[in-house]
Design a protein around this ligand. Structure first.
Ligand SMILES: Cc1cc2nc3c(=O)[nH]c(=O)nc-3n(C[C@H](O)[C@H](O)[C@H](O)COP(=O)(O)O)c2cc1C
Length: 179
């Protein structure tokens, strides 16, 4: 039984990332506690790189925004799932902002041991996910995290395009495999 936080990086509610994350969560909920956190529900500013979190009590960030709510969730998470649309071969800016705000040494208090990756993109190019997968692997290595798996979905553009796709079942199965 793990505590799983799924960060959904699309502002488009009910979009392809959202639906993929929901399928994953339905599978994962069978044996874990799962919280789906959508960037559309939180206002998180980009990191300003002041590094003052290194010296502030509790390594708190100087910025007063919704990231404080997300820090609290991550303090209780064993597994973090990153779900994003592909934007110019990267993850969305909103999800990247949350990740960058983990610059604070506070992150060392988080119990996260595993990461998983859920991605959707419109193109069907073989190399569509290469840059994100590379960054994901480097982050896994640097933080000594385990890869819990990934579901990568090509050819979904408009809202709901992912409906009926085999990828939803794949995401559900990935969720079910976690404990
Ligand atoms: C700003 C922006 C950049 C995008 N860049 C790419 C891209 O580089 N490659 C791609 O295949 N799709 C790209 N897309 C398409 C989205 O990845 C695709 O529509 C996806 O299904 C959106 O997910 P959502 O429904 O969860 O918002 C882009 C979309 C937007 C809005």
């Amino acid at each position: 039984m793990s505590r799983i936080v799924v960060l959904v990086g699309s502002m488009r509610k009910g979009g392809n990332t959202d639906l993929l994350a929901k399928s994953f969560a339905e599978g994962a909920e069978q044996r874990n506690t799962v919280e789906v956190v959508s960037v559309a529900d939180y206002k998180v500013n980009p990191c300003i790189g002041c590094n003052s979190c290194f010296s502030r009590e509790g390594n708190r960030c100087v910025q007063k925004d919704d990231m404080s709510l997300i820090y609290e969730k991550l303090k209780q998470a064993d597994v973090l799932v990153l779900a994003s649309p592909v934007y110019f071969y990267g993850i969305s800016a909103e999800l990247k902002a949350i990740i960058d705000r983990l610059h604070t040494p506070m992150r060392n208090t988080f119990p996260i041991k595993k990461l998983a990756l859920l991605l959707v993109g419109a193109a069907s190019l073989p190399e569509l996910f290469d840059a994100i997968k590379m960054q994901y692997q480097l982050v896994l290595n640097y933080f000594h995290l385990e890869d819990a798996g990934m579901v990568l979905v090509r050819g979904v553009k408009d809202i709901g395009d992912i409906k009926g796709s085999q990828a939803l079942e794949e995401a559900r199965k990935l969720g079910e495999s976690l404990k």
